[in-house]
Write a protein that binds this ligand. Structure first.
Ligand code: NI
Length: 257
Protein backbone atom coordinates (compact mmCIF):
# COMPACT_ATOMS: atom_id res chain seq x y z
CA UNK A 1 0.00 0.00 0.00
CA UNK A 2 1.27 3.44 -0.97
CA UNK A 3 0.19 6.99 -0.05
CA UNK A 4 0.84 9.67 -2.70
CA UNK A 5 1.07 12.74 -0.46
CA UNK A 6 1.11 15.37 -3.23
CA UNK A 7 -0.89 15.34 -6.48
CA UNK A 8 -2.60 17.97 -8.61
CA UNK A 9 -5.31 15.67 -9.95
CA UNK A 10 -7.72 18.62 -9.87
CA UNK A 11 -5.90 20.16 -12.83
CA UNK A 12 -7.26 20.23 -16.39
CA UNK A 13 -4.72 17.67 -17.64
CA UNK A 14 -6.79 15.05 -15.82
CA UNK A 15 -10.30 16.20 -16.75
CA UNK A 16 -10.67 13.61 -19.51
CA UNK A 17 -8.88 10.76 -17.72
CA UNK A 18 -9.41 11.29 -13.97
CA UNK A 19 -11.46 8.15 -13.32
CA UNK A 20 -8.98 5.92 -15.18
CA UNK A 21 -6.05 7.62 -13.44
CA UNK A 22 -7.63 6.96 -10.04
CA UNK A 23 -8.38 3.34 -10.87
CA UNK A 24 -4.81 2.80 -12.16
CA UNK A 25 -3.59 4.25 -8.85
CA UNK A 26 -5.65 1.73 -6.89
CA UNK A 27 -4.41 -1.12 -9.09
CA UNK A 28 -0.83 0.01 -8.39
CA UNK A 29 -1.48 -0.18 -4.63
CA UNK A 30 -1.89 3.56 -4.08
CA UNK A 31 -4.70 3.37 -1.53
CA UNK A 32 -4.65 7.07 -0.63
CA UNK A 33 -3.61 10.37 -2.13
CA UNK A 34 -3.88 14.08 -1.42
CA UNK A 35 -5.23 16.44 -4.06
CA UNK A 36 -3.35 19.70 -3.41
CA UNK A 37 -4.83 23.05 -4.41
CA UNK A 38 -2.75 25.90 -5.88
CA UNK A 39 -5.57 28.48 -6.11
CA UNK A 40 -8.91 29.09 -4.37
CA UNK A 41 -10.75 27.59 -7.34
CA UNK A 42 -8.41 24.60 -7.52
CA UNK A 43 -8.72 24.06 -3.77
CA UNK A 44 -12.52 23.97 -4.04
CA UNK A 45 -12.18 21.31 -6.71
CA UNK A 46 -9.81 19.29 -4.48
CA UNK A 47 -12.40 19.36 -1.68
CA UNK A 48 -15.04 18.19 -4.15
CA UNK A 49 -12.81 15.35 -5.39
CA UNK A 50 -12.20 14.26 -1.79
CA UNK A 51 -15.98 14.12 -1.24
CA UNK A 52 -16.50 12.04 -4.39
CA UNK A 53 -13.70 9.46 -4.13
CA UNK A 54 -12.66 7.05 -1.38
CA UNK A 55 -9.00 7.43 -0.46
CA UNK A 56 -8.78 10.95 -1.91
CA UNK A 57 -8.09 13.77 0.55
CA UNK A 58 -7.66 17.51 0.00
CA UNK A 59 -5.14 20.23 0.83
CA UNK A 60 -6.33 23.81 0.40
CA UNK A 61 -4.16 26.83 -0.25
CA UNK A 62 -2.61 29.28 -2.69
CA UNK A 63 0.75 28.36 -4.23
CA UNK A 64 3.13 31.38 -4.09
CA UNK A 65 3.39 31.76 -7.88
CA UNK A 66 -0.42 32.13 -8.21
CA UNK A 67 -0.94 34.74 -5.46
CA UNK A 68 -0.37 37.86 -7.58
CA UNK A 69 -3.24 36.93 -9.92
CA UNK A 70 -5.63 35.87 -7.11
CA UNK A 71 -8.91 37.66 -6.44
CA UNK A 72 -9.47 39.82 -3.35
CA UNK A 73 -11.78 37.24 -1.76
CA UNK A 74 -9.67 34.17 -2.49
CA UNK A 75 -7.97 34.01 0.91
CA UNK A 76 -11.39 34.05 2.61
CA UNK A 77 -12.37 31.11 0.39
CA UNK A 78 -9.30 29.16 1.60
CA UNK A 79 -10.16 29.97 5.24
CA UNK A 80 -13.67 28.66 4.66
CA UNK A 81 -12.48 25.48 2.94
CA UNK A 82 -10.03 24.65 5.76
CA UNK A 83 -12.83 23.24 7.94
CA UNK A 84 -14.51 21.16 5.21
CA UNK A 85 -14.69 17.33 5.42
CA UNK A 86 -11.78 15.57 3.74
CA UNK A 87 -9.36 18.48 4.19
CA UNK A 88 -6.18 17.07 5.75
CA UNK A 89 -3.66 19.86 5.11
CA UNK A 90 -3.16 23.56 4.29
CA UNK A 91 -1.26 24.37 1.10
CA UNK A 92 0.39 24.35 -1.07
CA UNK A 93 2.19 27.36 0.28
CA UNK A 94 5.84 28.36 0.53
CA UNK A 95 8.28 30.69 -1.23
CA UNK A 96 9.77 30.82 -4.72
CA UNK A 97 12.67 33.00 -5.87
CA UNK A 98 13.10 31.13 -9.17
CA UNK A 99 9.97 32.49 -10.82
CA UNK A 100 9.08 36.14 -10.37
CA UNK A 101 5.29 36.04 -10.63
CA UNK A 102 4.48 37.29 -7.12
CA UNK A 103 6.42 39.99 -5.22
CA UNK A 104 8.50 38.29 -2.53
CA UNK A 105 7.06 40.23 0.42
CA UNK A 106 3.57 39.20 -0.71
CA UNK A 107 4.72 35.55 -0.86
CA UNK A 108 6.03 35.87 2.71
CA UNK A 109 2.75 37.41 3.89
CA UNK A 110 0.76 34.49 2.43
CA UNK A 111 3.21 31.83 3.65
CA UNK A 112 2.73 33.27 7.15
CA UNK A 113 -1.09 33.23 6.76
CA UNK A 114 -1.04 29.57 5.66
CA UNK A 115 1.15 28.52 8.61
CA UNK A 116 -1.12 30.36 11.07
CA UNK A 117 -4.26 28.83 9.51
CA UNK A 118 -2.68 25.36 9.79
CA UNK A 119 -1.74 25.95 13.42
CA UNK A 120 -5.26 27.20 14.15
CA UNK A 121 -6.83 24.06 12.64
CA UNK A 122 -4.07 21.76 13.95
CA UNK A 123 -3.43 20.62 10.37
CA UNK A 124 -0.10 20.08 8.63
CA UNK A 125 0.95 22.60 5.95
CA UNK A 126 2.58 21.82 2.60
CA UNK A 127 5.72 23.79 1.71
CA UNK A 128 6.92 24.57 -1.82
CA UNK A 129 10.55 25.74 -1.73
CA UNK A 130 12.51 26.95 -4.73
CA UNK A 131 15.80 28.85 -4.47
CA UNK A 132 14.99 30.23 -1.01
CA UNK A 133 16.11 27.71 1.63
CA UNK A 134 17.23 30.37 4.15
CA UNK A 135 14.04 32.43 3.77
CA UNK A 136 11.93 29.32 4.43
CA UNK A 137 13.99 28.25 7.45
CA UNK A 138 13.76 31.71 8.96
CA UNK A 139 9.95 31.72 8.74
CA UNK A 140 9.68 28.14 10.04
CA UNK A 141 11.86 29.04 13.04
CA UNK A 142 9.63 32.07 13.78
CA UNK A 143 6.47 29.96 13.47
CA UNK A 144 7.95 27.30 15.76
CA UNK A 145 8.27 30.00 18.46
CA UNK A 146 4.47 30.43 18.35
CA UNK A 147 3.55 26.77 18.66
CA UNK A 148 3.87 23.22 17.38
CA UNK A 149 4.80 22.90 13.72
CA UNK A 150 3.74 20.00 11.58
CA UNK A 151 4.06 19.98 7.86
CA UNK A 152 5.69 18.68 4.74
CA UNK A 153 8.70 19.90 2.79
CA UNK A 154 7.19 18.83 -0.53
CA UNK A 155 9.26 17.59 -3.51
CA UNK A 156 12.31 18.22 -1.37
CA UNK A 157 15.49 19.21 -3.23
CA UNK A 158 17.55 20.74 -0.40
CA UNK A 159 20.60 19.25 1.27
CA UNK A 160 20.92 17.02 4.34
CA UNK A 161 21.68 19.96 6.66
CA UNK A 162 18.51 21.75 5.56
CA UNK A 163 16.49 18.54 5.92
CA UNK A 164 17.84 17.92 9.43
CA UNK A 165 16.84 21.38 10.61
CA UNK A 166 13.35 21.00 9.06
CA UNK A 167 12.93 17.66 10.85
CA UNK A 168 14.13 19.25 14.10
CA UNK A 169 11.43 21.94 13.68
CA UNK A 170 8.76 19.24 13.29
CA UNK A 171 8.52 18.82 9.52
CA UNK A 172 8.29 15.72 7.33
CA UNK A 173 10.39 15.39 4.15
CA UNK A 174 8.66 14.25 0.96
CA UNK A 175 10.48 13.11 -2.18
CA UNK A 176 9.09 13.25 -5.73
CA UNK A 177 10.31 11.92 -9.09
CA UNK A 178 13.44 14.06 -9.16
CA UNK A 179 15.11 11.76 -6.60
CA UNK A 180 15.02 8.97 -9.20
CA UNK A 181 16.88 10.92 -11.92
CA UNK A 182 20.42 9.79 -12.80
CA UNK A 183 21.89 13.20 -12.00
CA UNK A 184 20.30 13.26 -8.51
CA UNK A 185 22.87 11.24 -6.51
CA UNK A 186 23.27 14.08 -3.97
CA UNK A 187 19.51 14.10 -3.38
CA UNK A 188 19.51 10.29 -2.91
CA UNK A 189 22.35 10.65 -0.39
CA UNK A 190 20.20 13.22 1.43
CA UNK A 191 17.17 10.88 1.33
CA UNK A 192 19.24 8.22 3.09
CA UNK A 193 19.67 10.55 6.10
CA UNK A 194 15.98 11.33 6.82
CA UNK A 195 14.62 9.69 10.02
CA UNK A 196 12.42 6.85 8.74
CA UNK A 197 9.36 8.10 10.62
CA UNK A 198 9.56 11.50 8.82
CA UNK A 199 9.87 10.22 5.25
CA UNK A 200 7.06 10.58 2.66
CA UNK A 201 6.65 9.90 -1.07
CA UNK A 202 4.72 11.83 -3.70
CA UNK A 203 4.34 12.24 -7.46
CA UNK A 204 3.60 16.00 -7.67
CA UNK A 205 1.71 14.89 -10.78
CA UNK A 206 1.15 16.03 -13.53
CA UNK A 207 4.77 17.25 -13.31
CA UNK A 208 8.08 15.32 -13.64
CA UNK A 209 7.45 11.58 -13.98
CA UNK A 210 10.00 9.40 -12.17
CA UNK A 211 12.47 7.03 -13.81
CA UNK A 212 11.92 4.62 -15.56
CA UNK A 213 8.72 6.25 -16.88
CA UNK A 214 10.24 9.74 -17.08
CA UNK A 215 9.11 10.25 -20.68
CA UNK A 216 5.45 9.58 -19.83
CA UNK A 217 3.21 12.63 -19.57
CA UNK A 218 1.30 13.47 -17.58
CA UNK A 219 2.80 11.94 -14.46
CA UNK A 220 0.10 10.16 -12.38
CA UNK A 221 -0.28 8.72 -8.85
CA UNK A 222 0.33 5.10 -9.95
CA UNK A 223 3.95 6.11 -10.72
CA UNK A 224 4.68 6.90 -7.04
CA UNK A 225 5.69 3.24 -6.80
CA UNK A 226 8.86 3.99 -8.81
CA UNK A 227 9.90 6.76 -6.43
CA UNK A 228 9.21 4.48 -3.45
CA UNK A 229 11.31 1.73 -5.08
CA UNK A 230 14.21 4.17 -5.54
CA UNK A 231 14.02 5.26 -1.89
CA UNK A 232 13.85 1.63 -0.75
CA UNK A 233 17.07 0.90 -2.64
CA UNK A 234 18.75 4.02 -1.23
CA UNK A 235 17.77 3.02 2.31
CA UNK A 236 18.45 -0.70 1.77
CA UNK A 237 14.98 -1.90 2.74
CA UNK A 238 12.37 -3.72 0.68
CA UNK A 239 9.78 -1.80 -1.33
CA UNK A 240 7.10 -3.34 0.94
CA UNK A 241 8.82 -2.02 4.08
CA UNK A 242 9.32 1.42 2.58
CA UNK A 243 5.71 1.55 1.38
CA UNK A 244 4.34 0.44 4.74
CA UNK A 245 6.42 2.93 6.72
CA UNK A 246 5.74 5.96 4.49
CA UNK A 247 2.02 5.13 4.38
CA UNK A 248 1.92 4.91 8.17
CA UNK A 249 3.77 8.24 8.40
CA UNK A 250 1.26 9.90 6.06
CA UNK A 251 -1.74 8.49 7.90
CA UNK A 252 -0.42 9.67 11.23
CA UNK A 253 0.38 13.14 9.88
CA UNK A 254 -2.94 13.62 8.05
CA UNK A 255 -5.06 11.83 10.66
CA UNK A 256 -6.51 9.46 8.01
CA UNK A 257 -6.84 5.69 8.13
NI1 NI B 1 2.57 20.93 -6.00
Amino acid sequence: MLFDTHTHIDQEEFDASRDEVLSRAREAGVASLVAVGCTAQGSSKCVQLAAEHDGVYAAVGMQPNYIAEAGADDWAVIEGLAAKPGVVAIGETGLDRYWDYTPFDQQQDFFDRHIRLAQQHELPFVVHMRDCDDDILQMLREARQRGVLKGIMHSFTGDATMAAECVELGMHISFAGMVTFKKSQALRDCAATIPIDRLLVETDCPYLSPEPVRSKRPNEPAFVRHTAACLAEVRQVTLEELAEQTTENARRLFGTH
